[in-house]
Design a protein around this ligand. Structure first.
Ligand code: PLP
Length: 500
């Protein structure tokens, strides 16, 4: 493909994406395809001869788009948002176009230095303590990881290496292979699956401690777990605190966990994958009280900050901890000597190669400005509150717990079976998409305001789908199978009758 063709192809693709976003409301959020639909539709071999981009775009429209779950639809309320914006898309295109692999400063100086600058900008916007920033006088700094999962694993591997090194330094007769199996990581039973997986990948026992009734890991629970493990000859090594759990967006009290970790010399990592973006707004920073005790903090800019996947921003208080854990030298990597202020980012991550991700972050920070991003966060939280109000206005439903950030959890008072049925029916109809969670062992439906351009009318639309489906369920309930009817409470039935 020549440059001229690339211009035409590129313009057509940008037009396609602009149309896609403009007309996103015309599409059902969930695709109507069966497993294997695409595998069966496409040829078994790659084409022998080059094909024209026009044909390929035609196939994209005909075969790929019908199999897309529209994460950018305002009717997508599942999981947490996928960040994106036109600014970010352009950043990604420019990054792909330059195609640099920025593992060291020399491999592309701008790639490294723009990451340093944008991570300082963003760290300041979030109100992080200065020690985390590269522009402070200390060894702190930020790095863009691919995902929050990677950040948690990086923290775990660094904590492991640091603890082993410290113990061997204190007692040189110790053997590191004897120490490693005794190391323990801790988090709450509300953690994201990726946190538990970090324990598996990093071969460290991960204890999922019981959160309190509000989904928060409390200091006394952590302290007790440390004491129990020490009594058995085990060694506390790594703690992952959650600021905004996936299930209910609960916030662990860092001010309780932090001092316990610091006193025990245990690495404290903060997983603020979704909710961390809200700290751009000063009114939410009380939720990260105690952050100064953390060793590392991670926020997914690719969730709630209009930056496309992948862009998980991680700050550490001491970059040397990462370098000591991950520095492997080769002669072909031996170039200009840099220092902690101009990092060789290959030592700060798992892979060697790395994209120029800072470009999309830079675009977003400049195109939106801090004010634009604050407005975005506040608007989405307001919309979630609006949705909660609608749900509360219908006495068949309960909102529980209190909405947190852009997440509202709710259920039918009639109980788990009808609430499950409600979600199942809505998913089958494909007009809106939500997923389930649990709160105090009760089944709830999670509704997240995800799309960056969601309006009040969109929320009204989604609520109407839910309400209409509940109406059908209430009518059907009269004819429900005996075992379902048996578990309905009298109160629930009365509520259902009254609202008809
Ligand atoms: N942590 C939390 C609290 C999350 O909600 C998620 C994903 O939703 C993750 C971690 C995993 O994020 P990633 O896909 O970037 O690894």
């Amino acid at each position: 493909m020549e440059a001229q063709q690339f211009r035409e192809f590129g313009r057509a693709a940008i037009d396609l994406l602009a149309d896609y976003v403009e007309n996103i409301r015309d599409r059902e959020v969930l695709p109507s395809v069966e497993p294997g639909y695409l595998v069966n539709a496409l040829p078994e071999q790659a084409p022998e001869q080059p094909e024209g981009w026009q044909d390929i775009l035609k196939d994209f429209n005909q075969s790929i788009l019908p199999g897309i779950t529209h994460w950018q639809s305002p009717r997508f309320h599942a999981f947490y948002p996928t960040g994106t914006s036109f600014a970010s898309i352009v950043g990604s295109i420019l990054s792909d176009g330059l195609a640099v692999i920025g593992f060291s400063w020399m491999s592309s100086p701008a790639c490294t230095e723009l990451e340093v600058v944008t991570m300082n900008w963003l760290g300041k916007l979030l109100g992080l303590p200065e020690e985390f920033l590269n522009c402070s006088s200390g060894p702190g700094g930020g790095v863009i990881q691919g995902s929050a999962s990677e950040a948690t694993l990086v923290g775990l591997l660094v904590a492991k290496e640091k603890t082993v090194r410290k113990l061997v330094r204190e007692d040189p007769t110790l053997d590191e292979d004897q120490i490693k199996p005794k190391l323990v990581a801790y988090t709450s039973d509300q953690c994201n699956s990726s946190v538990e997986k970090a324990g598996l990948l990093g071969s460290m026992k991960m204890r999922l401690l019981k959160a309190d009734a509000d989904g928060r890991l409390r200091g006394e629970t952590l302290k007790r777990a440390f004491d129990e493990d020490r009594a058995q000859g085990l060694i506390p090594c790594y703690v992952i605190a959650n600021l905004g759990t996936t299930g209910t967006c609960a916030f662990d009290p860092l001010y309780e966990l932090g001092p316990i970790c610091n006193e025990a010399d245990v690495w404290l990592h903060v997983d603020a994958a979704y909710a961390g973006a809200a700290f751009i707004c000063p009114e939410y920073r009380h939720l990260m009280k105690g952050i100064e005790h953390a060793d590392s903090v991670d926020v997914n800019a690719h969730k709630w900050m209009n930056v496309s996947f992948d862009c998980s921003v991680m700050w550490v208080k001491n970059g040397y901890d990462l370098i000591r854990a991950f520095d492997v030298q080769r002669i072909y990597l031996d170039d200009v000597k840099t220092d902690i202020k101009i990092p060789d980012y290959r030592h700060w991550q798992i892979p060697l190669g790395r994209r120029f991700r800072a470009l999309k972050l830079w675009m977003v920070l400049r195109i939106y400005g801090a004010e634009g991003l604050r407005n975005h966060i506040r608007e989405q939280i307001d919309l979630a509150q609006y949705f909660a109000k609608l749900v509360r206005s219908d006495e068949r439903f309960l909102v529980e717990p209190e909405p947190s950030m852009g997440l509202v959890c709710f259920r039918l008072k009639d109980g788990e079976i009808v609430t499950r049925k409600l979600l199942e029916n809505l998913t089958n109809k494909k007009k809106i998409f939500m997923v389930a969670g649990t709160y105090r062992d009760r089944y709830v439906i999670r509704f997240v305001v995800c799309y960056r351009l969601t309006t009040k009318e969109d929320i009204d639309y989604s609520w109407k789908q839910i309400k209409d489906e509940a109406d059908i369920l209430c009518t059907d309930k009269v004819h429900m199978k005996p075992q379902i009817a048996a578990i309905d409470t009298l109160v629930g039935r009365e509520v259902c009758e009254k609202s008809k």
